[in-house]
Design a protein around this ligand. Structure first.
Ligand code: BES
Ligand code: MG
Ligand code: ZN
Length: 508
């Protein structure tokens, strides 16, 4: 599918269908639609007057134009109340309209881009959200379907229409950027949706190497002997029960003599989490093929930045392993000694994510990070606490938390903070080792983060728990049932706006 940007009068555009986005309960149609409305014999304004279309968010109505205007049909889509407008409403409406078009099998749709009264929301912002809504809503996972054709989109050319010629260049560049981002999200969704036996640690390592073919990105994959040398005893122990070899992926963007900030991104890459000897119950265990969603988010982010070229030095650390109950598997009661010297008592082998993240966090020190963000499907407790609309955020630095929060809001991958007060540390004290890998019945997300904090020294760090957000159970306007690709847009936005946010904080 080609996405193009054109300038011109909507009513003169030859297209299968033109999408017009309207706010809720408007009395008069916006003046920039007058010509289209008039030429179509007041098709739009009479619908509004009769109350047949109210503009509620995601409401749609299809109007034939009887050859009165060049577009064969008009699709009205509601944006909801103008006072409650947000970029996510634009994303949703574009996604909803696109799905209608896809179902009807129209090949050449157009969408009229629109401005808003909110001065803080620019036309580029709207464009970005619209493009995301279009491309993300069209995503389907067809890898294992034999009838791929039925799932494919029929849309060949999707054009976005700008109403002022002066806006053309800015809009084109916004389209290009969001296209790169959306493709990275779909890449991430694909590898999360794949079967655990296909998306193995070795497979993820090969994906990372593919990404590193782009200039500016380097990739190194550590295998068992190198991990042994470094003392990466978390991942080595977790992988013991599996016959798949573990891999520790290191991606580095912009490494050469870079004086800009260094940002380290760490992603949990458990390609299947059976729980290990502390075996999980059977129901729902299939979902644990997606326990590498953090890894997929970091890989997707690297895919995006390899094209978008931010100025910072960015390092990706991705420990990848299966967690299986083999004959040589890690056992409850075992003790792991980490590279920092810290000892950990294993009480539950299903709390494996923190064990492998600890290696990556310790390894990150060699880069002297200005910021480190780890992202992981870490605890069921996070789903209990926040449900599916927010990822859990914990960290040791107010400014970094603020940046992550802002980025999450901008792309609607929202995060919500949980406390990391020192009292919680008592919960992971062990009788026989320094700490233990579970914190008991309560505050599971917090005690998991306390565990990670033990390995973070004093550099700014944020932990994101995406156990509730890596997947949706039913279709939403721009995410279909299955992997969401959460984290890719948030992290990409964060690194792309890093310098801007630094400058803004200096002014404060
Ligand atoms: N991968 C799971 C967490 C998870 C649960 C992710 C549900 C996505 C959806 C993690 O490895 C795990 O098993 N955590 C345990 C920790 C417990 C044993 C302390 C959990 O949350 O039950
Ligand atoms: Mg587990
Ligand atoms: Zn896990």
């Amino acid at each position: 599918m080609k996405l193009s940007v054109t300038f011109g009068a909507a009513e003169k555009k030859s297209t299968d269908i033109i999408i017009i986005s309207l706010f809720e309960n408007i009395k008069k149609i916006p003046s920039d639609l007058n010509a289209l409305d008039k030429a179509s014999g007041k098709a739009i304004s009479s619908l509004l007057q009769n109350g047949d279309f109210n503009g509620k968010l995601n409401e749609t109505i299809l109007i034939p134009t009887d050859k009165k205007i060049a577009p064969k049909r008009v699709l009205l889509v509601g944006l909801g109340k103008s006072t409650a407008f947000s970029l996510d409403k634009a994303r949703q409406a574009a996604g909803t309209a696109t799905r209608v078009i896809q179902e009807k099998k129209y090949k050449n749709p157009s969408l009229l881009l629109y401005g808003t009264e909110n001065k803080e929301i620019s036309l580029e912002d709207v464009t970005r959200s619209v493009v995301e809504g279009i491309l993300l809503s069209l995503y389907t996972f067809t890898m294992y379907k034999t009838l791929k054709k039925e799932e494919k989109t029929d849309i060949t050319n999707y054009s976005l229409i700008v109403q002022k010629k002066d806006d053309l260049e800015n809009v084109k560049s916004a389209v290009q950027k969001s296209q790169i981002e959306a493709e990275a999200v779909c890449f991430s969704r694909d590898i999360v949706n794949m079967a655990g036996s296909d998306a193995t640690p070795t497979f993820l390592a090969n994906k990372a190497k593919e990404i590193a073919k782009k200039t500016g990105v380097k990739c190194k994959v550590l295998s068992i002997p190198e991990m042994k040398k470094l003392g990466m005893n978390g991942i080595l122990n977790v992988s013991r029960g599996s016959s798949e070899p573990p891999k520790f992926i290191i991606l580095e963007y912009n490494s050469k003599k870079n004086t800009n900030d260094t940002i380290v991104l760490v992603g949990k890459g458990v390609t299947f989490d059976s729980g290990g000897i502390s075996l999980k119950p059977g129901a729902g265990m299939d979902l644990m093929k997606a326990d590498m969603s953090g890894a997929a988010a970091v890989l997707g982010t690297f895919k995006a930045i390899s094209d978008l070229k931010p100025s910072s030095h960015i390092v990706g650390l991705i420990p990848c392993t299966e967690n299986m109950p083999g004959g040589r598997a890690l056992k409850p009661g075992d003790i792991i000694k980490y590279m920092s010297g810290k000892t950990v008592e294993i009480l539950n082998t299903d709390a494996e994510g923190r064990l492998i993240l600890a290696d990556a966090i310790s390894y990150a020190k060699k880069y002297k990070p200005d910021a480190m963000i780890d992202i992981a499907t870490l605890t069921g407790a996070c789903v209990a606490a926040l449900g599916t609309f927010a990822s859990g955020m914990l960290g040791n630095n107010e400014e970094l938390k603020d940046r992550v929060k802002q980025s999450g809001e901008n792309c609607h991958e929202r995060v919500w903070e949980l406390p990391l007060w020192e009292e919680y540390n008592d919960l992971i004290k062990s009788n026989i080792a320094d700490i233990k890998n579970t914190g008991g019945k309560y505050a599971g997300t917090i005690t998991a983060a306390c565990f990670l904090a033990e390995f973070v020294e004093d550099f700014p760090w944020v932990h994101l728990d995406i156990a509730g957000t890596f997947l949706v159970e039913k279709d939403t306007p721009y995410i279909r049932k299955g992997a969401t690709g959460v984290g890719v847009r948030l992290l990409t936005h964060l690194v792309m706006n890093w310098k801007k946010m630094t400058d803004a904080s200096k002014k404060k």
